[in-house]
Design a protein around this ligand. Structure first.
Ligand SMILES: [Fe+2]
Ligand SMILES: [Fe+2]
Length: 358
């Protein structure tokens, strides 16, 4: 079945944001008492320097629209096709949901912990994510698709993650967010004629916030080195693969969006993986071998499986249900095979790990 060429209303946009599928961004909650027990004293100097950066708030004036913004939307965006418009709206909705997911999680931790270090960090990060989410929402509002964030907070399902899973997953999603935003920004800086919407001009300073959020989780993990050793490496590996695979499949469902920017989804994704690998090796002792032919084949198979799942869902009925079940098993088998591929060991000296050079 061909997807509808538009997202017609704010209700439809909100229901997309509320979706709970394997690919859609989720909302999380965690164990606040365990967060209270975190001790930042082994990394006090680094921690205090980072808090001073947050306090300085060098992006406090960044998320304001310029007077030309609306005019640029009117001039440039009116020329894109309806299909492309739909992909861009979906991109905005899923980006907003991710930003708002961070905002809610950090804010909940802020409200529920006593630990002064964690409380302070979460307050700063919630501040940043709230700005990011609101800025995207303004662009959705231009098309009458603004999302009621209060209602989304109340109605979307929450997933419980132990703190260590929050650290792995959030560290990765902040760093991959940085890599995604900077890759798009650099591409459109080189090819301004392909910048079909002004929001991309904001991505450079925006991604610095995401980079800093990721660094905060890196410091927490370095203060708790057991999180980066032994059996926990199986979890690191799991989250690396889950985050990379989700991004790959999701991006490949929006090929026109990348094409419009002069990018190809596969090249874009591997650029983002490469940047993320380079950053995360400063914390994680392992990284995925993204150039291994078996890894690349597995990623494209996951996308193929997803398209078959979508087709079976659209077909409906008993046959559709059976086919969906079949493809779900195939997807799981493919994920397990990817999980068992050899990973690369990072051989960085300790001083590089402690002071990231990125
Ligand atoms: Fe953000
Ligand atoms: Fe962030």
């Amino acid at each position: 079945m061909q997807a509808a060429p538009t997202i017609a209303s704010a209700e439809e946009a909100s229901s997309k944001a509320r979706e709970s599928t394997l690919l859609s961004p989720r909302f999380y909650t965690t164990d606040f008492k365990a967060m209270d027990r975190l001790d930042m004293s082994p990394v006090r100097k680094e921690w205090d320097a980072m808090m001073a950066e947050y306090e300085g708030d060098n992006n406090h004036d960044h998320f304001q629209r310029t007077p030309e913004f609306a005019q640029e939307v009117a001039e440039r965006f009116s020329q894109v096709s309806p299909e492309m418009r739909k992909e861009f709206m979906e991109f905005l909705i899923s980006s907003l949901t991710s930003e708002f997911s961070g905002c809610i999680l950090y804010n909940e931790i802020f409200k529920n912990v006593e630990n002064p270090d964690i409380k302070q960090l979460m307050r700063y990060m919630a501040r940043d994510e709230s700005r990011h989410a609101s800025f995207i929402n303004q662009s959705l509002k231009d098309f009458g698709l603004g999302i009621d964030l209060g209602s989304l907070k109340r109605t979307k399902a929450y997933t419980y993650f132990k703190p260590k899973y929050i650290f792995y997953a959030t560290y990765l999603s902040e760093k991959i967010g940085y890599a995604r935003y900077i890759t798009i920004f650099r591409q459109l800086e080189k090819h301004p004629e392909k910048r079909f919407h002004p929001i991309f001009k904001w991505f450079e300073r925006w991604c610095n916030d995401e980079f800093r959020h990721g660094e905060s989780f890196a410091i927490i993990m370095r203060a708790n080195p057991h999180l980066l050793r032994g059996g926990n490496l199986l979890w690191v590996r799991f989250f690396l693969l889950a985050v990379y695979a989700t991004m790959y499949v999701r991006d490949h469902t929006r090929p026109m969006l990348h094409h419009e920017m002069g990018l190809d989804s596969t090249t874009y994704d591997y650029t983002v993986f490469r940047i993320t690998n380079e950053i995360t090796r400063q914390v994680f002792p392992i990284m995925l071998d993204i150039d291994a032919p078996a890894f690349r084949a597995g990623m494209s198979r996951l996308f193929h499986i997803q398209t078959q799942m979508d087709a079976a869902k659209a077909r409906g009925g008993l046959l559709g249900t059976v086919q969906r079940g079949w493809w779900a098993v195939a997807g799981l088998a493919c994920f397990v095979r990817l999980y068992t591929l050899p990973v690369l060991r990072n051989e960085l000296p300790d001083d590089v790990r402690v002071a990231p050079a990125w």
